[in-house]
Design a protein around this ligand. Structure first.
Ligand code: HEM
Length: 374
């Protein structure tokens, strides 16, 4: 099979058939060669066994060891120490404390968008929201976060073209170094006080900059796409705002915004009857696992009433997403804010991205309008 996670044609909706055809395991000869695991039990078992499925060669294909993003490209014990430090910015208490800020920011953003009658939701809401949150969460300067999209897209382009990770990261790293010298209060200062090298600090900030915006941006746009393609869902949310967290979870399961994460085996292992040699690259498809019919019945159907527990959209085990509680909170507040305005409808065709960085999927353009009632 020649599955290439950087293939720009690989997008919604065709990508779901590609995953289905790859069950339970296939070998791809692209990008240095790797195994693609798609079944729920296999992906989750791999995530539960980081000693066999190591992250230390990188979370993207090719797992050539050039990626060293903290904490995601590290195994214990270093991973444990880095993660503990980063978790201080995202504790449940911190997320609770941020709730009034999130409510204010999201209500304002959605209110301005609705007052204008709509527009491209990706540009007007989905991107600005996580950027504003990062200024509050980490203490990034507003003019720094404005550059995150451009530098991230440059990085995705570089990786898709076969460039190496270190070179792709140069511009983001420069931006992060500047943030450190400015010593703005917040998590940045905590990092400066911690026993770390400057390279480590830069890597941690770059993780927040990229992981903190790309995923949330895609989640917001995917949620809004769902609302305009299923207007009855808007009615249900309006009648019962308590439904918002269920809509969020089912969207995460059904169209997982962060789709595939790589590992490298540290010993020979057998998966779904297939022998995988020591040192082989393995791409775990969290998105495909979330559509495994053996785990979620009629998996291609969006069903807000289904039991989504155990979905892998935030991963599982030691690398499980540190920003999950924050992201869940942002997305539920967004849904609630949207339903305080008139219903929304598509005002043009949605454009989906290819897998950005081999991983992230979401609309890049989604024009919508608010229906004026009465
Ligand atoms: C809906 C939005 C999000 C999704 C779907 C998502 C998804 C994921 C997934 C699947 C992983 C596991 C990767 C692996 O196993 O290799 C992960 C890790 C991570 N995420 Fe998220 N993420 C989201 C939002 C965020 C946000 C808002 C932040 C920070 C502000 C964040 C920070 C991180 C970090 C630091 C890790 C690495 C954890 C580790 O290696 O121990 N994420 N995320």
């Amino acid at each position: 099979m020649s599955f290439d996670p950087y293939d720009a044609q690989l997008t919604d909706p065709g990508i779901w058939d590609v995953y289905a055809a790859a069950r339970p395991v296939v070998h791809s000869d692209r990008r240095g060669g790797f195994w693609l695991l798609t079944d729920y039990d296999d992906v989750r078992s791999a995530l539960r066994d980081p000693a066999t499925f190591s992250s230390a060669s990188g979370h993207r294909i090719p797992t050539d060891g050039t990626q060293r993003a903290i904490p995601i490209d590290f195994d214990p014990p270093l991973h444990t120490a880095y993660r503990r430090l980063m978790a201080t910015a995202l504790t449940p208490a911190r997320v609770r404390e941020m709730k009034p800020f999130l409510e204010r920011t999201i209500t304002d953003l959605v209110g301005r968008f609705a007052a204008a009658g709509g527009g491209d939701v990706v540009r007007e809401v989905a991107l600005p929201l996580p950027l504003l949150v990062l200024t509050e969460l980490v203490g990034f300067a507003p003019d720094t976060v404005q550059q995150f999209r451009e530098v991230t897209e440059q990085m995705w382009g570089f990786l898709a073209g076969g460039g190496d990770f270190a070179a792709a990261r140069t511009r983001i790293d420069e931006l992060m170094r500047r943030e450190l010298t400015e010593r703005r209060p917040g998590f940045v200062t905590e990092l400066l006080d911690a026993d770390l090298t400057d390279d480590e600090r830069v890597s941690i900030l770059a993780t927040f900059a990229v992981a903190g915006h790309e995923t949330t941006m895609n989640s917001v746009s995917t949620l809004v796409h769902l609302l305009v393609t299923q207007p009855d869902l808007q009615d249900r949310l309006r009648a019962d705002p308590g439904l918002a967290p269920r809509v969020v979870e089912e969207m995460l399961r059904h169209r997982s915004p962060a789709q595939n994460f790589a590992r490298r085996t540290t010993c020979p292992v057998r998966v779904a009857g297939q022998d995988i040699a020591e040192g082989d690259a393995v791409l775990l498809s969290f998105a495909a696992a979330n559509r495994d019919p053996a785990r979620f019945g009629d998996p291609d159907r969006f069903d807000v009433d289904r039991d989504t527990r155990g979905h892998l959209a935030f991963g599982w085990g030691i690398h499980q997403c540190l920003g999950a509680a924050l992201a869940r909170s942002e997305l539920s507040i967004l849904l609630t804010a949207l339903t305080t305005h008139p219903p929304i409808r598509a005002a043009g065709d949605v454009v989906w991205s290819g897998l950005q960085g081999g991983n992230h999927l979401g609309p890049t353009r989604l024009p919508i309008r608010f229906v004026q009632e009465g």
